[in-house]
Design a protein around this ligand. Structure first.
Ligand code: FAD
Length: 563
């Protein structure tokens, strides 16, 4: 059997290596238009920021080592420029000489990845404006920063790569501004989780401009001038364009392969394209999202690598393994903070008209009495009908990855809230609490489902009318340090003795710092005959963080977009 693979990084290299492991006698040729194969794209921002100092460490394999270990014919600097499906051949062109030649295949695998979006804005061709996709881009950026006088950087687009670049350029001593068109950073998370990270980034001296886009670039002497949608002009010595990527589908379109609704290469559950002899994996394919059941493109290394393995098995053994889709589990470290997400954010669940409840809990990363416990905010979204979990988002400093991975594996298996409450973890004070933050998220959600707890959200405070009662159940000192709305203060530990101060015929809204004391007060009130008692999910802390961000940026967002 003769296999040809197009693209030799995440999905392509993974497919090739697995193919060889299961078929020692196959002929495998892998084409890569770039100079390098199987390199660590995910490490590139950290090499620019000097966190990774050894450039060679970025190369997981070289063409020579890949050939030696796997006996795979690796053709770098060679672009596949067309596919002739009738004759089952591809045409390749070597970049060095321009020579073109044909190569036949029995089965073809496409893993061409995604390309950064570079909008046709006036002045975008000026020197100093970069995108980051590969090692060559990385080398350009790094040498530009080293050789020119570069003091000010603007990162356009606040996705995962944009934020990593902002941190790494800041680490090099640059004055960094992030320009983001949306009303928040990190599109895959909801506003409150983004707001927590926005505050953290701002605290490090990085400027974030939200609801702002760039209209054009001009070069004045050595500096770039960026005209913004709000008519401001900002200076930059270097610009990183990180506004997103799109699947690289040119080859597939020209070959007449089916392209899906999300403009990715259409594949079936066996990762087979509309041509049974051609398979495709990675950033270029689209696949139904297991939660929304709508076609979606996942731009993540984990799915690309895992698809490579499935694809190789299907090539070698016939279509035996099904790909089940990705829930977009992702994580990013920005300065001291980590944000991670799995599943479909509430704002996107709303768009897909999927009914859900959002609950936010704030727990310590480990036992509070053991040094250095840090707060961790967990937001989950789940079905009001059967408790199926659709989404988890975490912002914190320590142990975020562990909790998110647990939640992701439960979401991936269509797990329900009861799996969070029953989840059994390894506990000792340096690692967790006897009730892990994942359990706590489950307990709060279960209380909501069992109608033992009723919640409202930070962006509904303004809806509380003068006929309602808003009670801050924190201590007097906390209340005096800052309250919301027209809240009166009845600390939770006094509430049993002060029930007579609270009218029974009114709607009662409670809040504390993080949500727990509000819940305790709510249980006391409900069991003393009070009705319509609601507790603020995530407490004052979430309200304060979101409001700080809203006041800073004067953003306006529909209520249901925010939780
Ligand atoms: P790629 O790995 O991009 O490989 C595609 C290859 O195909 C390219 O090398 C390209 O040159 C080659 N090619 C395309 N067309 C042709 C052709 N016609 N002929 C020959 N060769 C061709 N994901 C995460 O999950 N976590 C992270 O932390 C993370 N960080 C990232 C940081 C950066 C800077 C970047 C750019 C990406 C990051 N990603 C991360 C995304 C991840 O790298 C991709 O999802 C993954 O590499 C996709 O694999 P792929 O095989 O589809 O495409």
């Amino acid at each position: 059997m003769k296999y040809i693979i197009v693209g030799a990084v995440a999905g392509g290299a993974s497919t090739a290596a697995r193919l060889r492991r299961i078929d020692e006698h196959a002929e495998i040729i892998i084409f890569e238009k770039g100079e390098h194969i199987s390199y660590a794209n995910c490490g590139l921002p950290y090499y620019i920021g000097n966190v990774i100092t050894n450039r060679n460490a970025l190369f997981v394999q070289t063409a020579a080592s890949f050939n030696k270990r796997f006996n795979i014919d690796v053709r770098t600097l060679t672009e596949v420029i067309s596919i002739n499906r009738k004759s089952k051949t591809i045409t390749a062109q070597t970049q060095v000489t321009g020579e073109m030649y044909e190569e036949s295949y029995d089965k073809l695998v496409l893993s061409p990845g995604a390309e950064p979006i570079r909008p046709q804005l006036p002045g975008i061709e000026n020197q100093g404006i970069f995108t980051l996709r590969n090692v060559a881009d990385t080398d350009y950026i790094k040498s530009y920063v080293q050789q020119k006088v570069v003091k000010k950087a603007v990162v356009i687009g606040a996705g995962f790569i944009g934020l990593e670049m902002a941190e790494n350029l800041h680490a090099l001593g640059l004055d960094v501004t992030i320009v983001e068109m949306s009303n928040q950073i990190l599109a895959p998370v909801d506003f409150p989780i983004a707001a927590i990270l926005q505050q953290h980034i701002r605290s490090k001296g990085v400027n974030i401009l939200l609801n702002t886009s760039v209209k054009n670039f001009e070069k004045k002497e050595t500096q770039l001038k960026l005209s913004l949608s709000n008519d401001d002009v900002i200076d930059a010595d270097i610009v990183i364009l990180s506004i997103g990527v799109k699947p690289d589908i040119k080859l597939s379109v020209d070959a007449g392969l089916k392209i899906g609704d999300s403009k990715g290469i259409w594949v079936n559950e066996f990762l087979q394209t509309s041509d049974p002899n051609i398979y495709a994996v990675g950033d270029a394919i689209e696949f139904n999202n297991p939660i929304t059941n709508k076609p979606m493109i996942t731009y993540l290394a984990g799915p690309a690598n895992k698809q490579g393995r499935i694809c190789a098995d299907n090539l070698a053994f016939g279509n035996t393994q099904k790909y089940k889709g990705s829930i977009n589990t992702a994580i990013v470290k920005v300065f001291d903070m980590t944000v991670a997400v799995a599943g479909t954010a509430s704002k996107h669940l709303h768009q897909s008209k999927i009914k859900h409840i959002v609950s936010t809990t704030i727990s310590g990363s480990h036992a509070g009495y053991y040094p250095n416990a840090k707060p961790m905010t967990i937001q989950i979204a789940f079905s009001p009908e059967d408790g199926r979990i659709f989404n988890a988002q975490i912002a914190g400093y320590d142990g975020v990855d562990k909790r998110l991975d647990i939640l992701a594996s439960i979401i991936k298996k269509n797990g329900k809230i009861e799996e969070l409450t029953e989840f059994e973890h390894a506990y000792a004070p340096p690692f967790s609490s006897a009730k892990d933050p994942v359990n706590m998220a489950g307990f709060a959600a279960e209380n909501i489902l069992l109608k033992k707890s009723f919640i409202f959200y930070w962006n509904e405070i303004d809806k509380i009318s003068s006929d309602d009662i808003l009670i801050d159940v924190r201590t007097k000192n906390e209340y005096n340090a800052g309250k919301t709305g027209n809240a009166i203060n009845i600390p939770v530990d006094e509430i049993r003795n002060r029930l007579s101060e609270i009218p029974k015929n009114k709607n009662i809204f409670l809040y504390c710092q993080a949500g727990l004391r509000g819940y305790l007060a709510q249980r006391i009130l409900i069991q003393n005959g009070f009705h319509n008692v609601l507790n603020l999910s995530g407490g004052y802390q979430i309200w304060e963080t979101c409001n700080k961000e809203i006041n800073l940026t004067k953003i306006k967002v529909a209520t249901n977009e925010l939780h």
